[in-house]
Write a protein that binds this ligand. Structure first.
Ligand SMILES: [Zn+2]
Length: 237
């Protein structure tokens, strides 16, 4: 479907057929809105739709429920944050993001970062997959790192993810080296979104570092071809 994108080029024929179907549905159901001077042609829109649908090849079209718009910035974008602390003091600050996803609001991506992911496809990053993992996570009404799954599997998932998340946070606090992006320690939902990126772009790293998590993701997303890679670091998403 997209010759230049390694994640799409290496799919099995059955996976590719599913992805084509989901991508067509995505383009039918979602509005893709380039902003801040960005223009996207039909091929670029299809590429974005296909990347967003990568995590749905096993999960299916239900994964597209609950939102209608993909907003695309030319590059990393700034958002204003505010928080009232326990003492009632309002804190406001700017955050630079390469992607964002709201429960029922738009999915937002930086086009420059989507392209950077594709240019370095085995580095452990795929911001489109990251934001789609948040969308899957939010489907059951709770952004907690657990997507809607059959009951028994969900119970096992919640247990295994909590255990691995706690272990990862402890490693971070102890200053230990890890091959997984430290951003995963931010929150359980970020942990799920970050390991989802590794599943598609550096699955061998995930398999080595977190075999139990890798097995859950293989079941959720389907198997991907393994190719060697290296790690790099990125801002919030
Ligand atoms: Zn995130």
């Amino acid at each position: 479907m997209c010759r230049h994108c390694p994640w799409l080029r290496t799919l099995q024929p059955a996976q590719e057929a599913k992805l084509r179907e989901l991508t067509a549905l995505f383009l039918q159901q979602k509005t893709i809105t380039p902003v801040a001077g960005l223009a996207l042609d039909a091929g670029q829109r299809m590429l974005l739709a296909a990347l967003c649908c990568l995590p749905l090849m096993e999960f299916g079209r239900e994964g597209l429920h609950g939102w209608t718009e993909l907003v695309v910035y030319p590059e990393a974008f700034r958002v204003q944050r505010s928080h009232v602390d326990a003492a009632g003091v309002l804190h406001e600050w700017d955050d630079e993001l390469i992607g964002e996803s709201w429960d029922s609001g738009p999915l937002i991506l930086s086009w420059a970062d989507v392209q950077a992911d594709i240019a370095d496809p085995h580095a452990g990053f795929c911001v489109a997959v990251h934001e789609m993992a948040h969308k899957l996570d939010a489907l059951d009404g709770a952004m907690d790192g657990t997507p809607p799954l059959p009951r028994e599997w969900q119970r096992q998932w919640a247990h295994d993810f909590q255990q691995q998340y706690d272990r990862f946070c402890a490693q971070m606090e102890a200053g230990q080296e890890t091959a997984i992006d430290p951003y995963a320690a931010e929150a359980p939902e970020e942990f799920f979104a970050v390991v989802s990126e590794y599943h598609f772009s550096a699955s061998h790293v995930l398999e080595q570092e977190m075999p139990t998590i890798a097995a859950h993701l293989r079941r959720l997303y389907g198997a991907v071809n393994v190719e060697p890679g290296h790690a790099r670091l990125k801002p919030s998403r």
